[in-house]
Design a protein around this ligand. Structure first.
Ligand SMILES: Nc1nc2c(ncn2[C@@H]2O[C@H](COP(=O)(O)OP(=O)(O)OP(=O)(O)O)[C@@H](O)[C@H]2O)c(=O)[nH]1
Length: 419
C-alpha cells in the first residue's frame, strides 16, 4: 500500500542521512555492560549477534595492520573486561584468522574485508564496537544544513499528490522538529527523519477527526447520511459497504435511490439492497431525488429504522446546475451527515473536488475509495487538511467487508510500513 509514496520519500531520506553523517560528531565511547568471563561465554555472547548491516558499517573502516590491535580496544573498559586477558584472546584469534585467510585462495577485496570482519570482529567484541560506532554520535542541525533535504522532501510530497499548502505545512513541521536541537543518532540515521515526518503527517491527518461510530450511536434515529461526489468514484459501492457494516453492528438500514439521473443506478443499488436484505425506496428514473430521499426518511421514521443511506447522482463539481440540485437535496432533507466520496488514486483532482463540494453543501467528512489500487497517499493527507473535515473511511476493495474505518495511526503506519 502507498508504495509510490515510500519510493518518493527515499531520496529525501538519503539526502538527510548524508547531511547527518557529514555533521555528526562522535561523543563518549560506549560503556560495555556485560563482559564474558570465559572464552566459551565470550564465544556464546558474541558469535550469534553478527549482522550484515553492522558488518557493512565496519567495512567503512580500514582493516588494521597485521599485528595491530583493533581500535575497538580503546573503547573497552579495562576494569570491567579484564582487559589484558581479553586482549590476548583477541590477538590470538586475529592471528588465527589471518593465517586462515592467507591459506585461502584469492578472494575479491570486499569479500576479503567481509570475511575478515566476520571472523575477527566477533572475537574482539564486535557488537560492542558497533555500539561505539553508531550509538555515540550526536548531531546539531541548523536550517542551512536542511535546505537540500527539505527541498527533496517537498518534491517528494508534491509528487505524491499532496496539495502545495499541505506539503509546505509538513515541510515546516519537519524543519521545526529537526533544527536547533542536538539529536542523538541511533543505528539508522533515517530513523530521525522518519519520526519527524511521521509526526508531521500524523498531526495533519489527525486534525478534526471524529469517531463515526460514537457520533451515530448518540444521534437521534433515524440517522440520515447523504453520499455525494463525482461519477464512478464509488458512492453506491460505499453505501452498500456501509450498510453491511451497520447491519453487523446491529442497526437497521433503509436505502434511498437518490440517483435518478444515471440509467441503471436505481437497479445497481437495488441489487445491493436485495443482497443485504434491506429495503430500498425508489421512484421512477428522472424523478426528483429530493422527493425520493424525503420518502425514505419518512419510511424510516414510520418503521423505526436506525439509518437512511441516500445515494445521489454523480456530478462534476464544475456543473453549477447539478451542484445547485445537490445543495437543494441536502437542504430539504437536512441529513445528519453529508459524506463526500472520491477515489484516492485521483490525487490532487480529488482534493480539488472535495474543496468544491465542501463549498457547496458543506460536507462533514470523506470516504476515500480504491486505496487498494496503490494510491500515492497524497489525497488522503490533503483532503482532511484542505476541507478541514475528517476522512471517515477508506475503501480498500470491492467487497462488502472492504471498508476500513480511518484511524490516523494506522494510516501513517501504512504510509511508512512494509506492506
Ligand atoms: N478497487 C476498488 N474498487 C472500488 C472501490 N470502491 C468502488 N469501487 C469500484 O468502482 C466502480 C464504481 O463504483 P460505484 O459505486 O458504481 O461508483 P458511483 O460513485 O456510485 O458511480 P456513479 O453512480 O456513476 O456516480 C465499481 O466498479 C466499484 O466496484 C474500492 O474501494 N476499491
Amino acid at each position: 500500500m502507498f508504495n509510490k509514496f515510500k519510493e518518493k520519500l527515499g531520496s529525501f531520506k538519503k539526502a538527510f542521512s548524508k547531511t547527518i553523517d557529514e555533521k555528526a560528531v562522535e561523543v563518549e565511547p560506549v560503556i560495555i555492560e556485560q563482559v564474558p568471563e570465559s572464552e566459551e561465554s565470550l564465544e556464546e555472547e558474541i558469535e550469534p549477534i553478527i549482522e550484515e548491516e553492522t558488518i557493512e558499517a565496519a567495512l567503512e573502516e580500514e582493516i588494521p595492520e597485521k599485528g595491530a590491535v583493533p581500535e575497538v580496544i580503546s573503547h573497552v573498559s579495562v576494569e570491567d573486561l579484564k582487559k589484558a586477558e581479553y586482549r590476548k584472546k583477541v590477538e590470538d584469534r586475529k592471528k588465527a584468522a589471518e593465517k586462515k585467510k592467507e591459506e585461502k585462495e584469492e578472494v575479491k577485496p570486499v569479500e576479503e574485508k567481509k570475511s575478515f570482519f566476520k571472523k575477527l570482529a566477533p572475537k574482539v567484541g564486535f557488537t560492542q564496537k558497533a555500539k561505539a560506532l553508531v550509538f555515540n554520535r550526536e548531531v546539531y542541525l541548523d536550517e542551512k544544513d536542511l535546505e537540500e533535504p527539505l527541498w527533496e522532501l517537498e518534491m517528494g510530497l508534491l509528487e505524491s499528490d499532496l496539495a502545495v499548502s499541505v506539503s509546505e505545512a509538513i515541510v515546516e513541521s519537519v524543519k521545526n522538529q529537526l533544527t536547533g536541537t542536538t539529536k542523538r543518532i541511533g543505528s539508522n540515521t533515517g530513523d530521525i527523519v522518519e519520526e519527524a515526518l511521521k509526526k508531521a503527517i500524523l498531526d495533519v491527518v489527525s486534525a478534526n477527526t471524529f469517531d463515526f461510530d460514537e457520533y451515530v450511536k448518540n444521534r437521534p434515529k433515524p440517522v440520515h447520511i447523504v453520499f455525494v461526489g463525482i461519477n464512478g468514484t464509488g458512492k453506491t459501492t460505499s453505501i452498500s459497504k456501509m450498510t453491511h457494516r451497520l447491519l453487523k453492528l446491529g442497526y437497521s438500514v433503509v436505502l434511498a435511490a437518490g440517483d435518478t439521473f444515471r440509467a441503471g443506478a436505481i437497479d445497481q443499488l437495488g441489487i445491493h439492497a436485495d443482497r443485504l436484505g434491506v429495503k430500498m425506496i425508489k421512484h421512477q428514473a428522472g424523478a426528483d431525488p429530493a422527493a425520493v430521499i424525503y420518502d425514505a426518511v419518512q419510511y424510516a421514521k414510520a418503521h423505526n429504522i436506525d439509518f437512511v443511506l441516500s445515494d445521489t447522482a454523480g456530478r462534476m463539481h464544475t456543473n453549477m446546475n447539478l451542484m445547485a440540485q445537490m445543495e437543494k437535496i441536502c437542504r430539504v432533507s437536512s441529513p445528519d451527515l453529508i459524506i463526500f466520496v472520491d477515489e484516492a488514486v485521483a490525487g490532487n483532482d480529488a482534493v480539488e473536488r472535495a474543496a468544491q463540494f465542501n463549498d457547496a453543501v458543506p460536507i462533514d467528512g470523506s470516504i476515500l475509495t480504491k486505496i487498494d489500487a496503490d494510491a500515492k497517499g497524497g489525497a488522503a493527507i490533503s483532503i482532511a487538511y484542505i476541507t478541514g473535515k475528517p476522512i471517515l473511511f477508506f475503501g480498500v476493495g470491492q467487497g462488502y467487508e472492504d471498508l476500513k474505518k480511518f484511524e490516523p495511526e494506522w494510516f501513517v503506519d501504512q504510509l511508512f510500513g512494509q506492506s
